[in-house]
Design a protein around this ligand. Structure first.
Ligand SMILES: Cc1cc2nc3c(=O)[nH]c(=O)nc-3n(C[C@H](O)[C@H](O)[C@H](O)COP(=O)(O)OP(=O)(O)OC[C@H]3O[C@@H](n4cnc5c(N)ncnc54)[C@H](O)[C@@H]3O)c2cc1C
Length: 187
């Protein structure tokens, strides 16, 4: 890596869901450069998987003030704050417009596959905190890239990495076996 001052590097955000995009808006507000990497093809990729479901929160509760400030100059109008969006509404009427405002600061089809500190590994770990983050990205078109960042915000959510059913954050005994597709009863 060229000698770039760590504080000149972007803050990398994993995931363009509600939390990742709000984080990017707050970074902008503080004069920091975000770079959001989203595995899916569009903003709110996880939310879109349950797009038909209605939220239990109103529109008034699911938008972020820093995001609203970024959206305001585009003519974006906040939906009626007393109504309940579906997942699809949330993605289409708020998350996607927000990602559009962020422009090339959001990359789609970009899956983060690893996060480490530059030049540090399991054996060499001295002075880790002073090293920039190094992030591996796998793109939907098969390319891979290594990016450097001053900080990483993990907003990858839990939709694709749900908690196990067992206690203490571990799978229950037998859970892994029971979850195997070949363990399911045949039709
Ligand atoms: C049916 C349902 C109804 C809900 N209703 C409400 C409600 O009414 N009110 C409420 O407050 N909450 C509700 N929730 C919860 C809410 O949806 C979550 O809290 C919210 O989506 C979390 O946002 P997030 O950005 O952290 O994660 P997510 O929405 O899960 O977004 C994470 C993003 O990261 C991407 N990603 C994952 N891994 C990687 C990777 N390795 N590299 C790059 N990108 C990656 C995913 O594709 C995804 O787009 C509901 C959830 C469900 C399932």
């Amino acid at each position: 890596m060229n000698a770039i001052a760590t504080d000149q590097l972007p803050v990398l955000v994993i995931g363009a869901g509600p939390v990742g995009l709000a984080a990017a808006a707050h970074l902008f507000e503080r004069g920091l450069e975000p770079l959001v990497l989203e595995a899916g093809p569009a903003a709110g990729a996880a939310v879109r998987e349950w797009s038909h479901m209605r939220l239990f929160s109103t529109w008034g509760e699911v938008t972020d003030p820093a995001a609203e400030k970024l959206l305001a100059p585009t003519g974006w109008v906040k939906p009626d704050t007393a109504t309940y969006p579906t997942g699809g509404d949330w993605a289409e009427s708020y998350l996607q417009p927000l990602a559009d405002v962020l422009g090339d600061k959001v990359r789609f089809g970009a899956t983060v596959t690893g996060v480490s500190r530059a030049g540090r590994d399991r054996i060499v770990d001295s002075d880790r905190e002073a090293q920039p983050f190094v992030v591996h990205v796998a793109y939907a078109d098969g390319r891979e890239e290594r990016l450097f960042a001053q900080a990483v915000i993990d907003a990858s959510g839990t939709w694709s990495t749900p908690s196990p059913a067992g206690a203490s954050g571990l799978p229950a005994l037998g859970e892994r076996t029971a979850a195997r597709p070949d363990h399911l009863p045949r039709p």
